[in-house]
Design a protein around this ligand. Sequence first.
Ligand SMILES: NC(=O)c1ccc[n+]([C@@H]2O[C@H](COP(=O)([O-])OP(=O)(O)OC[C@H]3O[C@@H](n4cnc5c(N)ncnc54)[C@H](OP(=O)(O)O)[C@@H]3O)[C@@H](O)[C@H]2O)c1
Length: 279
Amino acid sequence: MSENQKVSVVTGSSSGIGYETALTLARNGFETYATMRNTEKGVSLSSIAEKEDLSIKIVQLDVTDQNSVKNAVEKIHDESGKIDILINNAGYGLVGALEDIPMEEIKSQFETNFYGLIRVTQAVLPIMRRQGSGKIVNISSGAGRFGFPTGSIYVSTKFAVEGLSESLAYEVEPFGIKIILVEPGVIKTNFFNASNTTKKSLNPDSPYFKVFQNMESGFSKMLENGSTPDLVAKTVLEAISTDAPKLRYLAGNDVKQLLDGKKNMSDEDFFNMMKQNMS
Ligand SMILES: NC(=O)c1ccc[n+]([C@@H]2O[C@H](COP(=O)([O-])OP(=O)(O)OC[C@H]3O[C@@H](n4cnc5c(N)ncnc54)[C@H](OP(=O)(O)O)[C@@H]3O)[C@@H](O)[C@H]2O)c1
């Protein structure tokens, strides 16, 4: 590794946005640590790395496991001597009407999407602070800016990521560390298959079954027109390639249109527009 080569760490690199981001960063000269909870899923990334002579290393990291996070960050730092870029990407969806979701599923969702992101960030921050530089990209979502039915808990985790990022940006700016939010729209990944749909909302006897069905078919349509994960990877690359990144980057025409609309509407008008689109 040359002295000037930047070191990047990506969480949840086994598929989708994390996979594409790890590849894109490596192809653009970053020494890339593609972390994942199950390293057996790293075979495809490793074989591309070998073929293209890319600097990608697979490291075990489960964001819900404090020891796994500590070991991974220590190993990366011991090996490379620095961490310039952290991409907090690992996450999954939870679908269901709030009334139907057991508390355990709610806690698990926060454990990964929010506390997981905090765990990795807390492990990396002392390294970046001592370096006097670093960029942390938090993969949020359009769902970090507006809600929708059956998404209350997932949306809450992303709103939490947004609030954390806005606040943390002030704290770490004096140490040369930038916080960046990337907010994708609907992206064609394994995300929708991997999402946990709470059992009760699948039951036709649930009072929320109809709204659940409407949302399922709405998302299927949006997915047809969704973007591919390389768009998010390119957005991440653009954000980290400037010395003065913005706080927020949108990825996808759907999310750009919705947020453009939201800017010019009252909360009530936005609610009614969303309701109309979803029925
Ligand atoms: N797809 C979309 O439309 C969309 C839109 C906006 C935002 N996002 C966000 O983008 C991020 C990536 O999602 P994706 O679309 O790329 O979905 P994906 O293909 O399902 O990828 C999710 C990744 O997160 C990993 N992960 C889950 N729990 C983990 C844990 N405890 N520790 C470490 N890794 C874990 C998964 O690993 P395993 O393979 O081991 O399960 C997988 O690598 C998520 O934060 C998601 O909320 C997605």
